[in-house]
Write a protein that binds this ligand. Sequence first.
Ligand SMILES: *[C@@H]1O[C@H](CO)[C@@H](O)[C@H](O)[C@H]1NC(C)=O
Ligand SMILES: *[C@@H]1O[C@H](CO)[C@@H](O)[C@H](O)[C@H]1NC(C)=O
Ligand SMILES: *[C@@H]1O[C@H](CO)[C@@H](O)[C@H](O)[C@H]1NC(C)=O
Ligand SMILES: *[C@@H]1O[C@H](CO)[C@@H](O)[C@H](O)[C@H]1NC(C)=O
Ligand SMILES: *[C@@H]1O[C@H](CO)[C@@H](O)[C@H](O)[C@H]1NC(C)=O
Ligand SMILES: *[C@@H]1O[C@H](CO)[C@@H](O)[C@H](O)[C@H]1NC(C)=O
Length: 815
Amino acid sequence: MEMAFYFYSACCFLIIFSKASIATDTISPAESLADTMTLVSNDGTFALGFFSPGTSKNRYLGIWYNNIPMQTVVWVANRINPINDSTGLLKIESSGRIVLQVQNTTAVWSTNTTASARNPVLQLLDNGNLVVRDGTDSNPENYLWQSFDYPTDTILPGMKVGVDLRTGINRRFSAWKNGGDPSPGDLTYGVELEGSPEMVLWKGLQKYSRSGLWIGTGFSGAPNSGSSRIFDYEFVWNENEVYYIYFLKNQSVLSRVVLNQTDSARERYTWNPETQTWLQSIVIPTDYCDRYERCGPNGKCDSNNLPLYCQCLTGFVPKWPQRWSSSDYSGGCIHSKPLDCQKGDGFIRIRNVKTPDTTNSWVSTTMNLKECRNECLRNCSCMAYTNFDVTRGGSGCVMWFGDLIDIKHLQSDGQDLYIRVSASETELKKNSKVKLAIILTTVIATFFGFLLVVCYIRRSRRKIKDEVEDKNLSDKENEDMELAVFEFGTIAQATDNFSFCHKLGEGGFGPVYKGTLPNGQEIAVKRLSKSSGQGPTEFKNEVRLIAKLQHRNLVRLLGCCIQGDERMLVYEYMPNRSLDSFIFDQTKRAALTWSKRFQIICGIARGLLYLHQDSRLRIIHRDLKTSNVLLDSEMNPKISDFGLARAFGRDQTEANTNRVVGTYGYMAPEYAIDGQFSVKSDVFSFGILLLEIISGRKNRGFYLADQGSNLIEHAWRLWKEDKPLVLAGDFLVETGDLPELLRCIHISLLCVQQHPEERPSMSSVVVMLVSCNELPSPKQPGFVLYNKPFEADSSSGNDGPSSKNEISLSLLEAR
Ligand SMILES: *[C@@H]1O[C@H](CO)[C@@H](O)[C@H](O)[C@H]1NC(C)=O
Ligand SMILES: *[C@@H]1O[C@H](CO)[C@@H](O)[C@H](O)[C@H]1NC(C)=O
Ligand SMILES: *[C@@H]1O[C@H](CO)[C@@H](O)[C@H](O)[C@H]1NC(C)=O
Ligand SMILES: *[C@@H]1O[C@H](CO)[C@@H](O)[C@H](O)[C@H]1NC(C)=O
Ligand SMILES: *[C@@H]1O[C@H](CO)[C@@H](O)[C@H](O)[C@H]1NC(C)=O
Ligand SMILES: *[C@@H]1O[C@H](CO)[C@@H](O)[C@H](O)[C@H]1NC(C)=O
């Protein structure tokens, strides 16, 4: 039995070897491909053969990149019928049907070719397409069958994603279940044909993210995506076909788009020949609002408008105001004034949006905007309209019926959408327009006024242009995003050999130096203490992940530097240093008025919310404190040192750690004592930070002459005694907004409550900060008392195990 098997494999081996030397990229009916063999495309880019994914022992027939060391499979034939031994054999029958046989008999996979060929051959093309064609056909592009029509999870350049309306072939992509199982997961990507077509990412049967209408230069959800330095994108829509396709401008670049079940995302990877790795660039969904229907019917989602992502469209109000104000947006919005189609309605234009879900839409390519409006006005169930082809001066007409679903607000370049509202709503608008017109006329009547207007228009035009260009730039940057890896020499030179004069301070993970790059850019260099034991690749990968966390309230990581076992992180430089240098400084603190402080508080809250909830990594900061909040030139707060616990030392990424990282005085009791951390321990630190910003005193090192109380204790006592504002001090009380101040004290006490589950999440905190709803009463705060007296330095203490610091937890009942 065993002998027979060996004999059999040896035979196949020989057969194929002799064939491989005749023709490397084709198989004819007389030939076959066995488990050990591969078929290689003419230029050597792709290979077809049998493989086992991940740790699985199953065998699959697939296509992968032939010239790179990392096995990257782009297509799988028998994805739901794996072969459990090495007897797989690929053949092409004389009819042109491809058959994948096991044990010489059973077919685990085959194609359904209806057309018959006289002289069929199977060929692997240089673009990764496996085709069956008639060897005698004079047109080599007449395919009887092609793998591009039966895609799996990877979109290669030149592959169509969409529907051939003539043959009914729908090329819809689906992710692998996981790295070891290529069978289809529930994340799929393709064209939605209903209404006017657009690209959709589905999770099961639910839409997960939409592209918006194609507007000629890109999709309305990503208006500038039409082409870039590396790619050209197209969306073809005619009576025969509807599909999305992209091409590479440089044929020697390897790039692919893949659906990732684990990440629930559509990701683009481009091969970097220098580092021999795939670099991830565009990821869809791109942000919070890119996920389908965040804000319910007739709501509008704006990722730049934290915490209030969701707003009702103009002319609409929340259906359930109570739930809406507590961030439950599911009910969406309804018209604030009922429509009256008979008496006549009007339209309001909203700018820069990703167009709503087109399922309930109607489309015409020939109508213009004016005809579109008239048509929409006539039909009482038409709720909105727009044009879409910006390349042809804005032709085309789409009308929406019923609720408007999944509208996203963009920073620039989005589509204009015209929404139906009651006539009285447009009257309001008109009146204010008339008033504006009168004012303008008066201004223009005077010569200076006229000049002013001209100047203003010029300036704002230039500004708009700048913004657009900026955006393009950042899009491109994003696309080829690679982490800058600095030479050690460059960094040493920039920081004058890490000279003492350039030292900015000593942070949680090591000293920080100020530096100036040869191009004049100012940087902050964090030299990590040498204890991680992480290899350079591992470290770089981790840092790359952190570099992807981008938010205006986070310090931007520019790159890293690796030399021997030195690890350094390079950040943008923040001219105003850290928050503690202001609030604890007798003279500088006067610069921080209450409104400035409130802005800072809201900014920190947003940054932390992003880390906790909205970034793709879900980072728990674990060392949030005033010295880790940096201020830019306009005093906007930026959180620093985030993600370091993750990048630096894997032993600390478990949810229960025996190595406590953080700063005593900011640590939640459950973390300081049991080493248990969660987002709620960050909330605790945020509460302390809030108390410090309000009181101008350090929690640690706070001492009242008569009793060894700390700041939380002090604040809690004042709260119980019903004189919370004493905490803030005269300067803020006299100049600040008292309700806002009170609210912040209230929130800080909610954040430092003893039990983690009672503390609000950052998303609730962000809402509490700006809404006027009643807040719950704070319960007993958690105190950490230190037997060891306070050290003056507030910014170290990250490295000792908790036993050394002898902490004891004490509960205090306020009198
Ligand atoms: C492999 O699969 C075949 C059916 O496809 C089955 O008969 C055979 O027992 C399996 N062998 C092993 C080792 O699982
Ligand atoms: C496989 O099948 C072919 C014909 O169907 C036969 O000639 C050949 O001997 C078989 N080989 C093995 C190893 O069973
Ligand atoms: C062949 O046709 C069947 C039924 O129409 C279909 O389920 C199967 O996916 C097709 N196979 C290929 C490889 O196209
Ligand atoms: C194309 O890409 C290759 C590899 O990345 C590069 O070496 C070559 O310079 C590029 N060619 C052009 C014209 O950009
Ligand atoms: C999906 O993403 C994970 C990381 O989140 C990565 O390890 C995996 O390789 C990705 N899968 C594909 C098919 O790219
Ligand atoms: C409005 O348009 C819809 C969709 O085209 C159509 O079904 C309906 O009959 C129209 N109603 C009127 C009154 O024209």
